[in-house]
Ligand binder design. Structure first.
Ligand code: FES
Length: 227
């Protein structure tokens, strides 16, 4: 795990929730008994991060602690543990490049080098303020490796060419579609289906419905009764 520090903490800085942020925190808070309202800390940090342009200042963390009646250290522990919380400013489009083994074996190192060349050093916002990138651990989409999370969405089966196109599209103000960039449906194998291909299986037109599951154990035959 990387060492994560606050961005220039200022003990006198303050943070004010917008009306929308406050109402979202209140919504999450109501899910828990009053004495357990600090259970809403993770979603509260998430909505505050959204309000603050994608990162959490130390003042914002203190505001969440005050709002939920928590010691500041408890909020700091959570915010510094989960990499979904950014403790430094990020670009408008924040790339989280997965570098764990399956993605690494499928080319994540090349993606990281490309980000370094196109966007700039890891963890820094590009000069235009549009991009930033970091390396993260497994994001749970290994079957579609290599993958990158960009803001709230996963972009999967990414090649250098795809990554270049994504950066160009975001820079031009387009919103490229998330999901896989290979010729496959979500996480299914590439290419056409090789089993269960009979349409009659799915359209209800199968003349002889299956009476038993193939290979399932058969019920024992009833014993003959003697006269
Ligand atoms: S290793 Fe990259 S998503 Fe799991």
């Amino acid at each position: 795990m990387s060492h994560r520090r606050f961005h220039h903490p200022d003990p006198n800085a303050t943070f004010v929730f917008t009306k929308e942020t406050e109402s979202q925190i209140a919504w999450w808070e109501k899910k828990y008994p009053l004495e357990r309202r600090n259970s809403a800390v993770i979603p509260a940090l998430w909505v505050v991060q959204k309000q603050n342009g994608g990162w959490l200042s130390e003042a914002a963390l203190r505001a969440v602690g005050d709002r939920l009646g928590m010691a500041y250290i408890r909020v700091y522990e959570i915010a510094t543990f989960y990499t979904m919380f950014n403790l430094e400013p990020v670009g408008k489009y924040h790339f989280q490049v997965c570098g764990t083994t399956p993605c690494m074996l499928r080319g994540a190192d090349k993606l990281k080098s490309f980000c370094e060349r196109k966007i700039g050093p890891k963890g820094q916002v590009s000069r235009s303020g549009t991009f930033s990138w970091v390396e993260v651990e497994c994001l749970g989409a290994c079957v579609n490796a290599p993958m990158i999370q960009i803001n709230d969405y996963y972009y999967e089966d990414i090649s250098i060419e795809t990554l270049e196109q994504l950066i160009e599209d975001f820079a031009a103000g387009k919103e490229p579609k998330p999901g896989t960039y290979a010729k496959r449906q979500t996480s299914a194998p590439e290419g056409p289906a090789t089993s269960l291909t009979d349409p009659a299986l799915f359209d209800g037109s199968r003349a002889e419905p299956l009476k038993t599951i193939p290979g399932a154990p058969q019920p024992a035959a009833p014993e003959e009764t003697k006269a």
